[in-house]
Write a protein that binds this ligand. Sequence first.
Ligand code: GLY
Length: 376
Amino acid sequence: MFAVGRGNGPRERTEGTGAPLITVPVELKDHGYEVLIGRGARHALAAAIRARLPSVRRAMVVTQQPLIDAGWVQTLDPGVPFEVTVVAGGEGAKTFSSLEALVRGFARAELNRDDVVVAAGGGTVTDLAGFAAAIFHRGMPYVNVASTLLGQVDAAIGGKTGVNVPEGKNLVGAFWQPAAVLCDTELLDSLPPREWACGRGEMAKYAFLGSGTPDGSILELPLADQVAQCVRIKAAVVGADERDHGHRAVLNYGHTLAHALEALAFEEGAASVPDLRHGEAVAIGLVFAALLARRLGRIDDERVELHRHVVERFGLRAELPPGIDPQRLLALIARDKKAHHDLSFVLDGPRGVEVVHGVSEDDVLATLAQMGSTQP
Ligand code: GLY
């Protein structure tokens, strides 16, 4: 981590957005906030900080080098003096050592609770910087400026912050809500294809959490409306169950197998690790969940096909990568924090998507076998 620049306060050219933004409220008991979505949303940063955090004196912008190289961090203006700090990108950077470097940097910059952290980047940055904000001085405000589709439809919203440990993803963290979230769709103009896939996997998930028949018709909307539609679904779920006491688990639809697949990459000494991004893993997880639900008699074949169809519409594949030991996956599934004390899955069914407890290992293994996972 190192400071790459400083700013000195408001600059008129970044005060307004110049374009209408979509506002989606996240309504919470104590600390609701707004998600602003659209081209140029990042230029609303100063206004959002002024409105939500009027006594803020300084900002620490936490970001990734590629966003500086692309020149867009230089267009960010928190409206108060600020420093810029760089963290490594990618899920592998969500570690305790990155967290320690970050909070030590906050300490050297003498940040306190009258200051604000601006987490500008993808899910790694918002998770890591949000967690740093949650624990530094026992909690200081932060604002997310989401730069990826995954961040804009999912990771930047909801207040779950944290880091990974070798034993699993996001095993250490805090609920700490941002004061505002800015989803600037202009930043998606240069998003690499695998990053689109990452976000599309979450969008495919939302297709099953929204109202009506799941399909890919959302993709026909303007991009800002696509993002807003997903954010509305997420905001409603988070508003109903901020602290994950039950209902919020539906946001993990497709994620139990996805996390197990991703956890393979974090296992020390893992021999062969599938090259899967989060959204790609979620797409596989959605079809796995549909097949498991079918096996348990919760849905019919047509509904399973619908899952395959939706995943395809979002441009994703549903096949399990070859050569993954089902017992290894089962062990990782059992260890996942969402599995609680028994094998629980978020599954589709007659009442829609809900948590199902007490799934047997045999059913999981049979479903994995159906997807081509066989004992080496
Ligand atoms: N930060 C992601 C969530 O709260 O779900």
